[in-house]
Write a protein that binds this ligand. Structure first.
Ligand code: KG4
Ligand code: ZN
Length: 377
């Protein structure tokens, strides 16, 4: 990528009177217990001083997916040690911190409450400001952990829980261009992989199998083709692929199906991102496309999206994998950026299982029925 994004106006926040801000962040919204210390310098440069992640994958593998009660209990057991390690690896005492941040939602409520409660306790005990962070905002800033990129940019967030296109203009200033109306892309990978008898999480297993396959003989459905928006849908693909999985007899059949599924998911991500790029380019001179979330680990997905970006005159950036999947460094950075703008949270802030980044859009858009409990994400 040739362009220098660090010189755009609005790139650097001015953290608290021109000094660096050091923030301890917590992430517990799904099946990773994570803590991290990040230092944000006045020029907007982020340094990850530590990033500790305890993955619960083994605790959930036997069940083929994340079990909320097991996750919450494991967070309770692990968070203390994970926090200590993050501080030790950063080589800092709590006195060196300027604030504490924790994911306050959206996510599995039991887990969110553990990290949120722990973060608040540290803030209270040390007399530090507290920042409750939207997990999606964390993903949105994750690319800034690796490189000093400026706002604005177009973001495709593709994980197990989310599939959204977001226009990211700055912290607390993001709008949603599209979202999934059923499953997230990672969820589709996982569910189809499960139907094919692969392990959990299914995405990496399916990618491995697809490497030896040729999916050309399978004709999988293409969703929402007639629509002009940037929304996603994977349920038709999931149903069709799960049905085809029953007909596979040989390892080669299964590899071919895996390849077809991977190609279909990548194609849909590409088609919707292309629409969003055309829309976004009408409003912004800086054309940068960032892809984040666990599905960004998929090489086919990455390659297809990189080409889509190039075709539309966008530069392409995918953060290193460690920052794509769930981590606390992105929460600490979002917390530091908020702190720099004076945006702290009340200590009695509640955990939110559902918390759309762009709440106004989520509530008025009829394509995304909020349901009894409000818009999901
Ligand atoms: O971001 P993440 O770690 O957690 C969520 O916030 O959901 O994403 C996990 C998701 C899972 O659905 C997993 O199957 C998917 O990312 N994933 C992949 C690959 N690696 C992880 N999907 C396809 N190919 C991969 N290589
Ligand atoms: Zn996530």
């Amino acid at each position: 990528m040739g362009a220098d994004y660090s010189s755009e106006p609005g790139a650097a926040t001015d953290p608290g009177q021109g000094r660096a801000l050091t923030v301890l962040g917590f992430e517990t919204s799904c099946d990773e217990t994570a803590a991290s210390v990040v230092r944000l310098s006045p020029d907007g440069e982020a340094a990850v001083l530590s990033s500790v992640i305890h993955s619960q994958v083994e605790d959930h593998a036997a069940f083929g997916g994340v079990v909320p009660e097991i996750a919450a209990r494991s967070h309770v057991e692990m968070i203390d040690g994970v926090a200590r390690r993050a501080m030790a690896e950063a080589g800092l005492d709590y006195g060196a911190l300027d604030g504490v941040a924790a994911t306050a939602g959206p996510g599995l409520i039991g887990g969110v409450m553990v990290g949120l409660g722990f973060g608040k306790a540290v803030a209270l005990a040390r007399g530090l400001p507290f920042v409750g962070v939207n997990h999606l905002e964390g993903h949105a800033v994750s690319a800034r952990l690796a490189r000093r990129i400026a706002y604005p940019f177009l973001l495709l967030l593709v994980s197990g829980g989310h599939c959204q296109l977001l226009e990211v203009r700055g912290i607390g200033d993001m709008s949603r261009l599209g979202t999934t109306i059923d499953d997230a892309a990672g969820e589709a990978f996982d569910k189809i992989a499960k139907a094919m008898g692969l392990g959990y999480p299914g995405g990496p297993a399916l990618e491995k199998l697809a490497a030896t396959g040729d999916g050309a003989r399978f004709d999988l459905p293409r969703a929402l083709l007639g629509r002009k928006d940037c929304d996603f849908s994977f349920s038709g693909l999931k149903t069709a692929a799960s049905r085809l999985a029953q007909t596979c007899e040989t390892d080669q059949d299964r590899a071919d199906l895996a390849d077809a599924v991977q190609t279909a998911i990548a194609r849909q991500l590409s088609e919707r991102s292309a629409r969003a790029m055309r829309d976004y380019a009408e409003r912004h001179a800086q054309k940068l496309f960032v892809v984040a979330g666990g599905v960004a680990a998929n090489r086919t997905v990455r390659a297809v999206l990189e080409k889509t970006a190039a075709d539309h005159g966008f530069d392409f950036l995918a953060p290193p994998m460690a920052y794509c999947t769930d981590n606390a460094a992105m929460i600490a950075l979002a917390g530091a950026e908020r702190l720099a703008l004076g945006l702290t949270s009340d200590i009695d802030m509640a955990a939110r299982p559902r918390w759309p980044l762009d709440e106004a859009r989520a509530l008025v858009d009829p394509a995304h029925k909020p349901g009894r409990k409000g818009a999901k994400a």
